[in-house]
Design a binder for this molecule. Structure first.
Ligand SMILES: Cc1cc2nc3c(=O)[nH]c(=O)nc-3n(C[C@H](O)[C@H](O)[C@H](O)COP(=O)(O)OP(=O)(O)OC[C@H]3O[C@@H](n4cnc5c(N)ncnc54)[C@H](O)[C@@H]3O)c2cc1C
Length: 469
């Protein structure tokens, strides 16, 4: 099986398929020269325990039935057609590499408007992002639009003492910029209320516990009275928000600013610098449902506006998957609206098929395409933590194993990377093997040790490849 992507979805599916099918062999293709996807380039540096899953992935990769083919982008460096001709199965596990935009005026106009995705990629040392260098010295306020875990990761990064971050694997270029930061207050802004936000209690608690940082009280009208009946999770959230933090006199602060939708960005034409974000206030469509997670809001009538002055704004309203070139030739009609590969819920990709290749034998848009599967964020959308991605990958692996054991139709088969390698190298590709990744890993750990941290990531492809020269 060819696996496209080396994040948790790719590794957990590979692990289960290799356990279920005795002779299964996996070639895992990764666009970057290094593995692990968002575990390496998304998860916040101050959450090292979350990255422990890399140990499991390393164990999977140590099998003689597993090959890592890094530095090869499927769809560009190597076509899907070639994969189709050389494997029994293809698994798409390539995650969500774009971010969703707000779609409001002037979003691309002013300096100081950033995507949280880019900021996270920058502080995590993703190749291609070292030059982002946001200016954190122009003002004391930052605005983050969105109330998910990524928004809180960004807020925590901006508010944490840089000497604490120095002990993590955060990129040195980011530490240098954060050391000069003048940001004192971070607004985390949501279009709905705190009970509809998608952050978890753990992330809120971490922010509440930051030393020298206080939480500005939330608007009390958004919180239920003491005798209001809430289920367990919202009740714990309520207790946390009511308690707040007791860091009175702290030099930094943050706030959850709810029921606000951004309408435009404000800035100076002279130097194109952002000066503020304008919001409209929202109200609940059904006020008696305001503590329900699914409660809906609309713009308050009559309309009222609110401006947060700031030189720095992040949009953090989610990630987005995009199709890989050549997918339509496999019969896959990528769902651009949902940003996922259409599938039967178990990871079997559905699409338009010619009668002779349809598993069902019919010319049916929703027919299962033989031998092609998906897992992770590209299967169910960009939400959920690694544990959710693991469950989802295991479900796809069960579907693959069952189909194989039931002798369902697969692709034409072949020798996979063993057959493709010489052809690929003749076209100038420089694939990175697992053994080579272990050399890169050792260099990063040794560089980190010199600075008293777990690792110092090499943050450009040329730096990474120079280790292998
Ligand atoms: C900022 C951020 C912080 C997070 N923090 C946490 C946390 O603290 N705890 C937690 O449990 N979860 C966290 N998550 C969620 C977790 O990272 C995801 O659940 C998980 O990574 C999704 O796995 P995936 O394999 O679907 O995608 P990814 O991890 O994105 O892996 C996809 C891989 O495919 C590769 N790829 C893309 N296109 C191609 C191509 N054409 N050819 C070859 N390879 C390709 C990519 O380079 C990438 O390596 C966080 C997510 C984000 C965005």
């Amino acid at each position: 099986m060819a696996v496209v992507g080396s994040g948790p979805a790719g590794f957990y599916t590979a692990y289960k398929v290799m356990s279920n099918i005795e002779n299964a062999r996996i070639d895992m293709y990764e666009f970057l020269p290094v593995p692990f996807g968002l575990v390496r380039f998304g998860v916040a540096p101050d959450h090292p325990e979350v990255k422990n899953c890399q140990d499991k992935f390393t164990e999977v990769a140590s099998s003689s039935r597993f090959k890592f083919v890094g530095n090869v982008e499927i769809g560009k460096d190597l076509s899907l057609e070639i994969l189709r001709e050389n494997y029994d199965a293809i698994l798409f596990a390539y995650g969500a590499s774009q971010d969703r935009k707000l779609g409001i005026p002037r979003e691309d106009w002013f300096l100081g408007i950033r995507s949280a995705r880019d900021f996270v990629a920058w502080y995590n040392g993703l190749p291609g992002y070292a030059n982002l260098q946001p200016d954190l010295t122009l003002g004391e306020n930052a605005v983050i639009i969105g109330q998910g875990n990524v928004a809180l990761d960004v807020a925590r990064t901006l508010l944490t003492d840089v000497d604490v971050l120095r002990k993590t694997d955060m990129a040195e270029h980011a530490l240098a910029v954060l050391a000069r930061s003048k940001i004192k207050h971070v607004h985390v802004v949501g279009r709905r209320g705190p009970f509809q936000a998608s952050f978890t209690i753990k992330e809120v608690r971490e922010l509440m516990q930051l030393p020298d940082c206080s939480f500005r009280q939330i608007d009390p009208s958004l919180l239920p009275s003491d005798n209001f009946k809430l289920s367990r999770t919202p009740k714990r959230m309520l207790t946390l928000l009511q308690k707040g933090s007791d860091n009175l006199g702290a030099s930094k602060s943050w706030s959850l600013d709810s029921m606000l939708s951004p309408v435009t960005f404000l800035g100076r034409s002279r130097d194109c610098q952002l000066t503020g974000v304008k919001f409209v206030e929202n109200e609940y469509q059904e006020p008696n449902q305001r503590f329900e997670p699914s409660a809906k809001v609309h713009t308050k009538s009559p309309e009222t506006q609110k401006v947060f002055p700031t030189s720095l704004a992040f949009r953090s309203i989610g990630y987005k998957s995009t199709p890989i070139e050549g997918m339509s030739n496999l019969g896959i009609q990528f769902d651009e609206t949902k940003g996922i590969i259409p599938n039967d819920g178990y990871g079997r990709i559905t699409g338009s098929v010619k009668p002779q290749v349809a598993a069902t034998g019919s010319h049916d848009r929703s027919a299962v395409l033989p031998g092609i599967y998906c897992a992770g964020w590209v299967k169910r959308g960009p939400a959920g933590v690694i544990a959710n991605t693991m469950e989802d990958a295991f479900a796809t692996a069960e579907a693959i194993s069952n189909d194989w054991q039931d002798s369902k139709r697969f692709l034409s088969g072949g020798d996979g990377w063993d057959a493709i390698a010489s052809l690929a190298q003749a076209t100038g590709l420089r694939p990175v093997s697992w053994t080579e990744w272990l050399r890169i890993d050792a260099v990063e750990k040794a560089n980190g040790k010199l600075k008293g941290k777990e690792r110092e990531k090499l943050s450009s492809v040329s730096q990474i490849m120079s280790v292998l020269d």
